[in-house]
Design a protein around this ligand. Structure first.
Ligand code: ADP
Ligand code: TRP
Length: 329
């Protein structure tokens, strides 16, 4: 039997280079391997605790769906869907919440960070927390368990959530007999953290992102705005800089070797950034063309998502029915 791989991305902003290398590209590598059945989805239910403007949410979903497709997801092979089209997920969330201890959720990093922030501000610890945030890991466990996932490729920041899904599956199986496949996270070690223009982790939260499909001229401007040191144009340049870090993501080994030599010999930052822009543009331009196409023909994308939902539904239904039956419903 093929192993099941599942992952989701939240539609919380315009997809950026960090999302591409940290999440989308690794997921596409699994999808191109015939040993796996892949389920990739847009976690719009999960975005609700952050995005309160319906138009913003819709636009984020649109951009994310078009991004996945432009990056090369094959919707005939991968089951590609929107979480909110799979209502079985919310029903299963309720069932499994009955074997989830509150203490487990109290330990979630995101929840703890917010209670700590409120406490530091002298407010009630739970004043910043809605139940969508508190229950976030249970919904995520439901996403994972409902399609019998074996593997869940995620970034390091999501490791705890997949561990919780595993704990919940085991607790349920212990109480009600074998019902769920126990999942495992897959953390891609060699990707590391992609840095933004300011040298910190590229993240929407830091406002330092390079959108994956920024128009060419905008991309050039963003690349030119990457923070650098004030060394002279002829001096060697550090290969642990954000500029080189980004270059290395797009380059093949021989391109990388050649660029490294230029850095060691000495080049101006303007030239280094021009090299970076050119290599980025080479990779991104063909994908951007597809992205622009899907953005302009979103009805085609909606059909693809609807087809994905139709394919995942019977599998989800079967898992849900098994859980209901084992619980005595
Ligand atoms: P952001 O930090 O911009 O809000 P998300 O938390 O929505 O990004 O991340 C979505 C996915 O992209 C996650 O799997 C995450 O691990 C990955 N990711 C985000 N930023 C980076 C980065 N700078 N480097 C590597 N992976 C990243
Ligand atoms: N929590 C994940 C994130 O913030 C998104 C997500 C939701 C997810 N459900 C999932 C990831 C299930 C993997 C599996 O990036």
């Amino acid at each position: 039997m093929k192993k099941v791989v599942l992952t989701g991305i939240k539609p919380t902003g315009t997809p950026h280079i960090g999302n591409y290398f940290g999440a989308i590209k690794p997921a596409l590598e699994f999808a191109s391997n015939d040993e796996y059945d892949c389920y990739y989805f847009i976690a719009d239910y999960h975005a609700l605790n952050q995005i309160k403007d319906p138009e913003v949410l819709k636009n984020n979903v649109k951009e994310l769906a078009c991004t996945w497709l432009a990056c090369g997801i094959d919707p005939k092979k991968v089951v590609f869907y929107k979480q909110s089209d799979l209502s079985e997920v919310t029903e299963l969330t309720w069932l499994i919440s009955n074997v989830t201890s509150k203490g487990l959720l109290n330990r979630a990093h995101a929840y703890k960070a917010l209670t700590q922030k409120a406490t530091e501000e002298g407010a009630d610890p739970d004043s910043l927390v809605n139940m969508g945030l508190f229950n976030y890991p249970v919904l995520m466990a439901s996403d994972i368990l409902i399609v019998n996932s074996n593997f869940v490729p995620v970034g390091q920041d999501q490791k705890q959530h997949v561990e919780m899904a595993r704990d919940i599956a085991q607790a349920f199986n212990k109480t009600y007999g074998n019902t769920f496949v126990v999942p495992k996270e897959l953390i891609k070690k060699d990707v590391g953290l992609i840095l933004g223009q300011d040298g910190r982790k590229m993240s929407k939260s830091y406002n330092n992102v390079i959108p994956l499909f920024a128009p060419s001229e905008k991309l050039r401007k963003l690349v030119m705005s990457i923070k650098t040191d004030s060394s002279l144009p002829t001096e060697p340049k550090p290969t642990d800089s954000a500029v080189f870090n980004l270059y290395s993501l797009f380059a093949n080994p021989s391109e990388l070797e050649a660029e490294k030599k230029k850095y060691e010999k000495g080049l101006s930052w303007a030239e280094a950034k021009q090299d970076l822009f050119e290599i980025m543009e080479k990779t991104i331009a063909p994908m951007r063309e597809k992205y622009d196409y899907y953005m302009a023909h979103f009805d085609e994308v909606e059909k693809i998502l609807a087809d994905g939902a139709k394919r995942v539904k019977p599998i989800a239904r079967e898992t849900l029915d098994r859980a209901r039956k084992n619980m005595g419903l």
